[in-house]
Ligand binder design. Structure first.
Ligand SMILES: Nc1ccn([C@@H]2O[C@H](COP(=O)(O)OP(=O)(O)OP(=O)(O)O)[C@@H](O)[C@H]2O)c(=O)n1
Ligand SMILES: C[C@](O)(CO)[C@H](O)COP(=O)(O)O
Length: 233
């Protein structure tokens, strides 16, 4: 009955636009990926860690990015794919199809994940074994528009709108067969929940964390540095 962290960090960070891959950029002197991994290494709720990295980066990740972390948990480095879904699947395929194991799929680019959120997700899924999975969401604050060719098509009512975060938490034995069914079309889905939803399953939610931001653009990097400097994360 293990809780396994699957950290996806095989992207190329196009929206960040730096020469160095986004996940290796430093935040307050520490590579973003090292920060994310360390939080799971320290977590009392996590038994094992899988890190999905860009093909060819294994030695660099071991010798440079993770060199200061003393691991007490089993850790595995896995090659990523050409989109996020493929990277997740590459990690999932290395897991045993054990009925009780939970996987927490987390973006390497969300380096401020808090132990209390990890705990909330695992507690929910352990207490609700009939569910397939649970994800953290936060209420959308802006009014959202659907826009096509410069024109507003629709303004969905804000009451039901939430932004999805990670870790997205699932029973491995229920998630793996669904990934297998769509292994050739994983680029259609931007998170695990939407893939599972497409097969008619109901995914549960818990309230996420406003500080659990995804570092996507240079502006996010500035915000991240600020949060660290102010001791907010
Ligand atoms: N082929 C891919 C693409 C993305 N990711 C990971 O998925 C997470 C969320 O993706 P995103 O923030 O979009 O990262 P990138 O894909 O690197 O960024 P961009 O879309 O701007 O290129 C990141 O931790 C990223 O490394 C991955 O493991 N494999
Ligand atoms: C999984 C995710 O972080 C939830 O918000 C997001 O969907 C990842 O999307 P991206 O296009 O890979 O940034």
């Amino acid at each position: 009955m293990k809780n396994i962290a699957l950290i996806v960090a095989a992207g190329s960070g196009n929206r960040m636009g730096t020469n160095i891959k986004k996940q290796y950029l430093k935040l307050a002197g520490q590579p973003m990926l090292a920060r994310t991994v360390l939080l799971f290494e320290k977590s009392k709720n996590i038994d094992e860690i899988i890190i999905v990295i860009p093909q060819g980066d294994e030695q660099f990740v071991k010798k440079e990015i993770l060199k200061d972390i003393t691991f007490t948990k089993p850790i595995r480095l896995v090659d990523g794919g050409s989109n996020r879904g493929e990277s997740v699947y590459n990690g999932l395929k290395t897991l045993q199809n054990n009925g009780k194991d939970i996987v927490l799929i987390h973006d390497g680019a969300r380096p401020f994940i808090h132990e209390s959120l990890i705990e909330r997700l695992i507690k929910f899924l352990r207490e609700n074994p009939k569910e397939i999975g649970v994800i953290p969401v936060i209420k959308v604050k802006d009014t959202i528009k659907i826009v096509k060719e410069d024109t507003v098509i629709k303004t969905p009512p804000r009451t039901d709108l939430y932004a999805a975060q990670t870790p997205q938490c699932f029973y491995v034995s229920k998630l793996l067969p669904i990934f297998k069914k769509v292994e050739k079309e994983l680029n259609r889905f931007t998170d695990e929940s939407s893939l599972v939803e497409a097969f008619g399953y109901k995914v549960k939610t818990v309230i996420g964390d406003e500080f659990n931001i995804k570092i996507t653009t240079p502006q996010d990097l500035i915000i991240g540095e600020f949060l660290l400097k102010e001791g907010l994360v």
